[in-house]
Write a protein that binds this ligand. Sequence first.
Ligand SMILES: NC(=O)c1ccc[n+]([C@@H]2O[C@H](COP(=O)([O-])OP(=O)(O)OC[C@H]3O[C@@H](n4cnc5c(N)ncnc54)[C@H](OP(=O)(O)O)[C@@H]3O)[C@@H](O)[C@H]2O)c1
Length: 228
Amino acid sequence: MKESEKVVIKKPYVLLSAAMSIDGKIASRAGDPELSDEQDWKEVHKIRSKMDAILVGKETILKDNPKLHIKFHEHKGYYRIVVDSKLTIPLDSNVISFQSEIYPTIICTTERVPIKKIRQFEASNVKIIQSGAGRRVNLVKLMPLLYRLGIHSILLEGGGTLNWSFIKNDLIDEIRLTIAPWIIGGKDAVSLVEGEGFEKMIQAPRFRLLNINDRDNYVVLNYKRSDK
Ligand SMILES: NC(=O)c1ccc[n+]([C@@H]2O[C@H](COP(=O)([O-])OP(=O)(O)OC[C@H]3O[C@@H](n4cnc5c(N)ncnc54)[C@H](OP(=O)(O)O)[C@@H]3O)[C@@H](O)[C@H]2O)c1
């Protein structure tokens, strides 16, 4: 196939956002994720206000029960997206029950989920997207499905397991990382990126440093995916 004949598959622009400790943890071993200060939250909420969707993994919903809303700025609303292969998050999770008219919720599952379960969630105004028949949601197939829904920008807000799947599939375009002034430790505390990791540096996607800001002992780093 000639270069000009290649089919371009459109995917949303993905910005990974996280706050981590100096030693790379995004929560304590007991699951305490309170690393950001108010200034950092304001900045993250500003970014949320410009995105078409916020995407998180199932464990973040189960552990933190976030609303994924905006407190500090004017906005037009956006989708909240959860990847949950077997559709197991509770129906009374904040991400489903809180202000769904402003922030509609999409849950992405695999094709293995029974239709009866899907109907239950649809009855609570949740849109279900099935992507792949494997053990976990197929993110590569999912991206163009979301794009076709009009979701052209996604703020990926973790956790570490989902971040790894995005990194492994080279789906991240930009990173905004807050380094908070603590060392938390603990081999069971979730890191920015979990998963099995790459064996060799050459396999890992490389990022270009765009910006560094520091204030009150916090450092905010911005990276962009280097040209492939
Ligand atoms: N500091 C921060 O900025 C920040 C931000 C977000 C989260 N967190 C913290 O991160 C922790 C949660 O992270 P986590 O690593 O335990 O879980 P996670 O990344 O939130 O969720 C992972 C789960 O998502 C589901 N999933 C579905 N498809 C997937 C795919 N293709 N790849 C990966 N996962 C997929 C899997 O469950 P199924 O197989 O059942 O579908 C998987 O176990 C919490 O403690 C939270 O507080 C911190």
